[in-house]
Design a protein around this ligand. Structure first.
Ligand code: ZN
Ligand code: ZN
Length: 375
């Protein structure tokens, strides 16, 4: 069989461009449409096959080493047809850059790491002022052995000898429209243009390892359930030591048995005995941020709201704390002994307490309950 270089009339060290030019010239001369005749047709086949082999770096390398297992086999077993659009990037259309490094660039091993999500449960007390947490996060960290280089220390990555560092291989495929050159990621180096003959043993050549890391986080005041806090750069390190992704904290605030939240205000209910409601008293309650002393005025009614300014929640954006609003619930005694009963009856006689009646203008319970926390 004729030597492919001779068939194309090029030197053995011809560049991809020279091979392409030679084939273009010969194909124009010998194409069966232009030059009918058995001889030209046979030569056209030879020229095309020579070009098929020499234009594909991998096949050309094998041919140079003495092997050419695919006579007239088109692009070889591994070649696939590209999409139909590739067919229009045909040789004659000239859309492909050919060799010489003008094709797509190799893909870096270094990539940004993934974002991660951690769920954090707080109680309402944490929300009032904000809090600090040390969170254990399962993540990927830089490999200390190779520092992200992926190679065994003392070794380095080498240019891929299949794609010669471009990360892409060109395959020539025959189609009805002629010979089609398609570019595909090199499956030896996975498009990186380099291979790692001695991968780092610690990270198996990934440049990063799985690890549990402690992330210290200051959680601001005023957060609420469902909120996601973004911690830029606290996610996992990327392949080959690429930049870290972000870490997101998803907040859940547990319900509190005594306090609830409305906006930046804290709401609570204070049970006041009937005598205290009548006579008034001072009392101390344990708010989320410490003791609060306040006065229950004589004659306080169920549904009255006592507002303690500035003892609510510090908002997420801003510094003006909300209020603590305490609704009064007067507790009616349910079990009286003989003497207590007699005293209450005496009290009722003395005060000439009116009969139950409809309140004027619905001033009573319901509107008060409705408005209880809206003062
Ligand atoms: Zn390593
Ligand atoms: Zn390669």
């Amino acid at each position: 069989m004729a030597d492919h270089y001779e068939v194309l009339g090029v030197e053995r060290d011809a560049s991809a461009d020279e091979i392409k030019k030679a084939y273009r010239r010969l194909a124009r001369q010998l194409h069966p449409d232009v030059n009918p005749g058995d001889d030209a047709s046979e030569r056209f086949k030879l020229v095309t096959h020579a070009y098929d082999v020499l234009s594909d770096p991998e096949q050309r390398r094998r041919y140079d080493m003495g092997g050419d297992q695919n006579p007239f086999g088109g692009g070889g077993g591994a070649a696939g047809f590209g999409g139909f659009s590739d067919i229009f990037e045909t040789f004659f259309g000239g859309a492909q850059g050919g060799g010489g490094g003008r094709g797509p660039r190799p893909r870096s091993r270094r990539e940004r790491g993934q974002d991660a999500l951690v769920r954090v449960t707080l109680d309402l007390g944490d929300v009032v002022f904000g809090t600090h947490r040390d969170l254990d996060v399962d993540t990927a960290v830089l490999c200390e052995t190779c520092q992200g280089a992926c190679t065994q220390p003392g070794t380095s990555e080498v240019t891929c000898d299949i794609c010669h560092g471009s990360g892409h291989v060109q395959r020539t495929v025959r189609s009805l429209l002629g010979n089609v050159v398609t570019s595909q990621p090199c499956n030896v180096c996975h498009g990186h243009g380099t291979t790692i003959p001695y991968p780092c043993g610690t990270c198996q050549g990934q440049g990063r390892v799985r690890a549990r890391r402690t992330v210290s986080v200051d959680i601001p005041a005023g957060v609420e359930s469902g909120l996601r806090l973004q911690l830029p750069g606290s996610g996992e390190v990327g392949p080959a030591g690429g930049p870290n992704g972000d870490l997101y904290l998803e907040i859940t605030v547990d319900a509190h048995e005594a306090f609830s939240r409305e906006g930046d205000d804290l709401l609570a209910t204070l049970e006041v005995s009937m005598p205290d409601a009548i006579l008034g008293t001072t009392t101390t309650i344990d708010a989320l941020d410490g003791a609060v002393e306040f006065e229950v005025r004589p004659g306080v009614q169920s549904g009255d709201v006592l507002t303690i300014k500035g003892r609510g929640i510090t908002p997420l954006r801003g510094s003006q704390r909300g209020d603590l609003k305490v609704g009064v619930h007067v507790v009616t005694p349910t079990r009286l002994d003989h003497k207590e009963r007699a005293l209450i009856e005496e009290f009722a006689k003395r005060t000439k307490a009116p009969q139950p009646r409809l309140a004027e203008h619905q001033q009573g319970m319901f509107s008060k309950f409705r408005d209880r926390f809206r003062h």
